[in-house]
Ligand binder design. Structure first.
Ligand code: GDP
Length: 267
């Protein structure tokens, strides 16, 4: 699931992460429409191949979040949606075909933080607090190409401090075992030090004739930002964590803790 104010690049990032074009033909509401708008939930399915394994992911978008003049109720449709998926799963577990349940629970929420503000906004704090006991939250700094490396380091430190200060529960990455191989330990430490992931998205693909590959870039008058270049963006760490290294952890935490809490609250 992606959550964050409109215009922070959520749909562009989804397209960049999964190399798709899921949002073609999307129209933007006018300012008048936005004022009256409530948050809606959009669902799309994408098939991806990861190291030869085919994965079917459901992407849940939350258009309209943060658009209204008064956003105090922005997160209720999101909470309702997560609860509905828990409830569906609970019903299926009690049904006749328990072994064939289609798991539609939300296993991860990418929470988009604006690169322009000074850290978290009150809406971010409140929304993450409301979501924290229902879904694994992974904070990301949107449009990281708007920040210089020094600004980005400062913003990451600030956001980490604020998350601690407001006691927001984000997804906790498990520590490596002492006997893990050194390459994995290095990869894991690079990934953890990137949090909150600073991401850049783009739908522009150009041919890199030197390397003979296609690359997604944001072209600027002074040069190119490559969305998959770790020196420019944490997108590669984020993708690897989501679909390779931590997918199982996200699913287990959802099942063993978040769904379990929901199930107990229903008793
Ligand atoms: P959404 O409303 O959150 O889904 O945002 P969109 O994906 O529609 O993007 C809104 C605008 O931001 C578009 O003009 C995008 O081209 C631009 N945009 C998207 N990602 C980035 C990014 O990483 N950096 C910059 N500078 N602009 C971006």
């Amino acid at each position: 699931m992606v959550v964050g104010e409109s215009g922070l690049g959520k749909s562009t990032l989804i397209n960049s992460l999964f190399l798709t074009d899921l949002y073609s033909g999307r129209t933007q509401p006018s300012a008048d429409e936005k004022i009256m708008r409530t948050v809606s939930i959009g669902k799309k399915t994408v098939d991806i191949q990861e190291k030869g394994v085919r994965l079917k992911l459901t992407l849940v978008d939350t258009p309209g979040f943060g658009d209204a003049l008064d956003n105090t109720e922005s997160f209720y449709p999101i909470l309702d949606y997560i609860d509905q998926q828990f409830e569906q799963y609970r019903m299926d577990e009690m049904g006749m075909h328990r072994t064939q349940i289609r798991d539609q629970r939300v296993h991860c929420c990418l929470y988009f933080i604006s690169p322009y503000g000074h850290g978290l906004k009150p809406l971010d704090v409140e929304c993450m607090r409301q979501l924290q006991d229902k879904v694994n939250i992974i904070p990301v700094i949107a449009k990281a190409d708007c920040l210089t490396p020094a600004e980005l380091r400062h913003k990451k430190d600030l956001i980490r401090c604020e998350i601690d200060h407001y006691q927001i529960k984000t997804f906790q990455f498990a520590d490596c075992d002492s006997d893990d191989d050194s390459e994995w330990v290095k990869q894991d430490s690079d990934m953890k030090s990137s949090i909150p992931f600073a991401v850049v998205g783009s739908t522009t693909v150009v041919r890199d004739s030197m390397r003979n590959i296609n690359v997604r870039v944001r072209p600027y008058p002074w040069g190119m930002v490559e969305v998959e270049n770790p020196a420019h963006s944490d997108l590669v760490h984020l993708r690897s964590m989501l679909v390779r290294t931590h997918m199982q952890d996200l699913k287990e935490k959802t099942n063993d803790q978040l769904y379990e809490q929901y199930r107990i609250s229903c008793m």
